[in-house]
Write a new protein. Structure first.
Length: 233
């Protein structure tokens, strides 16, 4: 493993706005504006070719810059770049689970209040919603396409732990047990969402958060988010 003081700035400094290091910074600012990464919570990782780019731990997401980004060699899981004054994200092993088990191109972790509320309103090990147009933005690997309007979207829920890295085994098990899912909810904590590319992960995270918010409002009105379509009289 590279030493803690290894900066390797050439891995993160680029004028290309679509370079992974720059994308992490801009997306973290976007997620901050949405209320998804309050304080230093949440994070994002992007896998690009043989490298994995990771936001640091303990830095407010709207203040992250490219020099704060960690870079890991994907095949060997060793760090190529470690900013000397920062710590790698505690989410790192969970991000890696989506890369190794689903060949994801990016994984986003948010502390969305709507996501947390859905885990509180769902007493079992899954959260579901159906008959809502927005679920058509969510991929369904078993069909090679996307969920349809009349399909039921099911997202697994795992129980939280005192330390985030200790969630790795539970998240990996949920990924294995729910092959159609692109996300895992963590009770009283938030959600992990992954996609084939960073833009698909972003689209799916936004779409799921819309669905989480909608479901919370439906429950307030006594409606079942996963129930049959009813027509108001």
């Amino acid at each position: 493993m590279m030493s803690q003081g290894n900066s390797r700035e050439e891995l993160v400094i680029s004028e290309d706005p679509n370079h992974p290091a720059n994308l992490i910074c801009s997306l973290c600012k976007n997620f901050y504006s949405l209320g998804w990464v309050t304080g230093t919570g949440g994070g994002i990782s992007i896998r690009h070719e043989s490298h994995v780019y990771l936001a640091p731990s303990g830095v407010q997401k709207e203040r992250i810059n490219a020099r704060d980004i960690f870079v890991m060699d994907f095949p060997t899981k060793t760090y190529l770049r470690r900013p000397p004054s920062l710590k790698p994200s505690a989410c790192t092993p969970l991000f890696m689970a989506s890369f190794t088990k689903r060949n994801a191109g990016a994984c986003i972790h948010t502390h969305s209040q709507a996501a947390v509320m859905c885990t509180l309103l769902s007493k079992g090990s899954t959260w579901s919603i159906a008959n809502v147009e927005q679920i058509k933005a969510i991929p369904r690997p078993s069909t090679g396409g996307y969920y349809g309007f009349f399909d039921k979207l099911v997202i697994p829920i795992i129980e939280n732990t005192a330390h985030e890295e200790d969630l790795t085994e539970r998240l990996g098990k949920a990924i294995d047990e729910y092959p159609d899912t692109c996300a895992v909810l963590v009770r009283r904590h938030g959600v992990y969402v992954w996609g084939d590319t960073v833009w698909k992960a972003k689209t799916q995270a936004e779409s799921l958060d819309y669905l989480f918010q909608l479901a919370v409002e439906m429950v307030k009105l006594g409606m079942d988010p996963a129930g049959p379509i009813t027509v108001a009289e």
